[in-house]
Design a protein. Structure first.
Length: 311
């Protein structure tokens, strides 16, 4: 059985690795030791270098583009440790220019690379029905498809290396703006005596219906923002989109405003909570406008619930 490496076993990485392990032998590593506990089908490695030495294919699910660059190109990284003819599949949300840099440096050692970021959140990762947008040469994408199809329901090549990251940032521009708009809309409804659950039932069958609305309405109505995906994660992605837009000389005012609202959510202490916790910004504004004191450190979470299904 072919041995596949997997670096990064967090909210998204762990279930993706477990799904890969249904078909392949998977050797996984994460620097947070707790994430190596309780693995079902994935075997735990002692280091990223061990994974790189033993595996001809390595998947990455890492928190930032800078971490991807370090893991791929740094000391004892993939470039130094993987054999010629190997393949690196980067499932992280990254910056196109860094993906191209990593691909070029790996190619010097005859190691292939695709950027293949995913959308669908933790629930999609668990169910293996993620949407995967892939950047790479046609031949390398076809080579990667056999692994990606074990993690996603759709695997679409959108162009050469870097294009997968572009597609994912655009996906998250749309998602981020939707989360922000729903937060302010439901706040306006509350101020006018319309219950969040009733509002959701009334509008979900129309054009406002979406996965983002489903998740937001659930979290807002329960005032429970247990993550899956977080405000911090989407703020990072929107910041990447703004960097790309500035480099491309394309104005993105709607996404820029959404990004600032996510930054405000972090400032309010809700960065580690699910994205619909943006709603609580308007609670703070309402209390302040009525002469009250805004709560410090965010708003209290409610009882535990199923984890957020969107990244």
């Amino acid at each position: 059985m072919e041995k596949i490496g997997f670096l990064g076993l967090g909210i998204m990485g762990r279930p993706m690795a477990e799904n890969l392990a249904r078909e392949f032998e998977v050797l996984g590593f994460d620097p947070q030791a707790a994430r190596l506990q309780g693995l079902q089908r994935v075997k735990a490695a002692s280091s990223a270098a061990e994974v790189a030495r033993q595996c001809s294919v390595v998947c990455l699910s890492l928190p930032t583009a800078e971490v991807v660059r370090e893991v791929a190109l740094g000391q004892q990284g993939l470039r130094e440790s993987m054999a010629q003819g190997s393949l690196v599949i980067d499932l992280s949300t990254g910056i196109p220019s860094i993906s191209r840099e990593v691909a070029a440096r790996l190619a010097e050692r005859q190691i292939a690379f695709v950027d293949a970021p995913v959308s669908g959140g933790e629930a999609g990762a668990i169910a293996a029905n993620l949407a995967i947008m892939v950047g790479g040469s046609p031949a390398v994408v076809e080579r990667a498809r056999g692994y990606l199809s074990r993690m996603g329901a759709s695997v679409i090549r959108v162009g050469d290396v870097g294009a997968g990251c572009v597609a994912k940032l655009i996906n998250n521009m749309i998602v981020g703006a939707a989360f922000a708009t729903i937060a302010e809309s439901f706040s306006l409804a509350r101020a006018n005596g319309v219950d969040a659950r009733d509002l959701y039932e009334a509008i979900k069958g129309g054009w406002a219906g979406s996965k983002v609305l489903d998740v937001s309405a659930r979290d807002i109505s329960q005032r429970d923002y247990t993550p899956g995906g977080t405000i911090d994660m989407l703020e990072k992605d929107l910041s990447y989109a703004r960097q790309l837009a500035a480099h491309s000389r394309i104005p993105i005012p709607m996404s820029a405003l959404a990004h600032e609202i996510f930054v405000a959510g972090q400032t309010a202490g809700n960065g580690k909570r699910s994205q619909p916790a943006l709603y609580e910004l308007w609670t703070i504004l309402g209390q302040t406008s009525q002469g009250g004191t805004a709560p410090a450190g965010g708003t209290p979470a409610g009882p535990p619930k199923a984890q957020n299904s969107l990244k």
